[in-house]
Design a protein around this ligand. Sequence first.
Ligand code: SF4
Length: 459
Amino acid sequence: MSKTASTFKAKSTIKAGNLDHRRKINFNIGKYNATVPQGKMQFDDLMMARQLAKNTKWRAIEKLDVLLEEFEKNISARGAKVIWAETAEDALKEIGKICKAKNCKTVVKSKSMVTEEIHLNKFLEKQGIESVETDLGEYIQQLDNEPPYHIVTPAMHKSKEDVAKLFTEKLDAPENLSPQQLTQFAREKLRKKYVEAEVGVTGANFLIADTGSVSITENEGNARLCSGFPKTHIVVTGIEKMLPSISDLALFLPLLSTFGTGQMLTVYNTIISGPKQNSESDGPEEMYVILLDNGRTNLLANPKTREALYCIRCGACLNACPVYKNIGGHSYDTTYSGPIGSVITPHLKNLKEYKHLSYASSLCGNCTEVCPVKINLHELLLENRYESVIEGDSSVSERVAWKMWKLSSLNRSMMNMTNGNLKNKVVNNLFKGWTKHRASLHFSEKTFNEMWKEQKGKQ
Ligand code: SF4
């Protein structure tokens, strides 16, 4: 077993038995489940909307090369600089160069999973640059020195009491502040950082090819301040965030809001098409867009797994997943957790090291059921399992066991050779790991043919 797999198993085993963790998660996912139906009511035909979204993403991903160039051409025409980064290291190197040129001491950041993926904060820290998370959930996680727990709600596993305690410990805040007071307290701390920062970093929820724009969705207004206040704005985004046209936002913005948080529309939706223009009074003097591959083209190259690139990172599949709800986001030890994380991580990183994630699923299909862009998540998990077996990543004992299972299942006379007791012994010994967390397999004492004959004799 790989080190990543054994860490995952150990962390999951501990978390699954932690009732306090389960209580907090159930509470927060319960609130999400109560709001989502209200958001869904805005769609006359939700199934049609989801299918349309899937078709649009299909078009975008099938001609991604063309659309990326169209995006580059259009946004460059308004003065932004586009940088293509094949790996996380390439992206960091470019960000490092920009920060150095601007003599940057402080960076303000809005929520972005891609910057988590490339470990931007650690990189900046090493360069002696302070990187401040300005999304409240991310700020809480940064204070606690923890990565985000969830792709939409980074501090989902913390109660309001946990956050109040953290603020007292780390920021000397008065004890037992209410959520409103905590928000105000964080806001006061963060406001002056926007003014100090030389560089602002954001992600992108969508890239729009026909206008050459970046669309950012958020509830706190902090991304607007990160992109508009500092003199330099850097967008770090995965190449798959592409939409063909700005008119597609009419569908994707409400869809993302509904499935992400249950809102009809997220509070702030910002479309940025370049740095400050001559006729404009505010905005950054320079804008860079870093288009990151970092393994995404591995998914793109395979017509089956390509579908995973349709993801709009709403987090609905995490909230619906019985495994995620029991083991929590941190057990995965990956940037992207839950069903979508288990699908894409083996391709973004390494199939052999991360194949265990594709087995961490009951295959109930609830993730597929809730996905706004109808990604067949549970089938993609099976595809990952298949690919890992084909690449020879299964153990010899497992391969022998399944071969024998197949041989005997296809051979009636073999199945009839022994009674149920012997079959129980053989199978339960062959699949040793099976009974560790499950009941043993039990065969019927009589074979199918014996029962058939008995039945016929009675007639
Ligand atoms: S896979 Fe679907 S449900 Fe999961 S985060 Fe992506 S868009 Fe949302």
